[in-house]
Design a protein around this ligand. Sequence first.
Ligand code: SF4
Length: 173
Amino acid sequence: MTFKLEKYHQFRQQVDQLTDKLSTMHQKHLACKKGCDLCCMDYQVFPIEFHAMKQALKDQPVEMQESVDGSCIFLKDHACQIYEHRPIICRTHGLPLLFMNNDQWELSACELNFTGFDDEDFTPENTFPQDKFNSKLFLLNKEFLKESQLLHSEFDLIPIHKLKDDKLKDKLV
Ligand code: SF4
């Protein structure tokens, strides 16, 4: 495995910078708090993110839980055990996400947030441009697959719980 994860880590920092800014901007409309795990589930991620989590677990092993009814294996006592290394999708939890769906712009946010917020007040400046970041992640993953020569197509996604699967783990070493 020759691919360096620096570019992915830099990308993650860019996501964090924007989500921090949006969280501050929307502070009074966010019900997000420690102990709330409503957004947590067994997401599917690109191989580059799967590998980044696997690398992080080598340095900082955690006890993975069973995935029950789609729950995330890293959720324990309502807290994320790999918070610093969580994938991009988890870093945008709760914020207003702007994306294109069937040729129409759509906004999505946690049902507990923005309860007293007028939809008209959402703008490109106060929402997270999910498509833009997903495109960047797609290209980074493509580069990763090419360099690491893993047997995945660029459209493959892997459920997080597969990190418990020894066979798949070995393939990604
Ligand atoms: S990785 Fe962490 S933040 Fe993401 S779904 Fe799992 S427990 Fe939640």
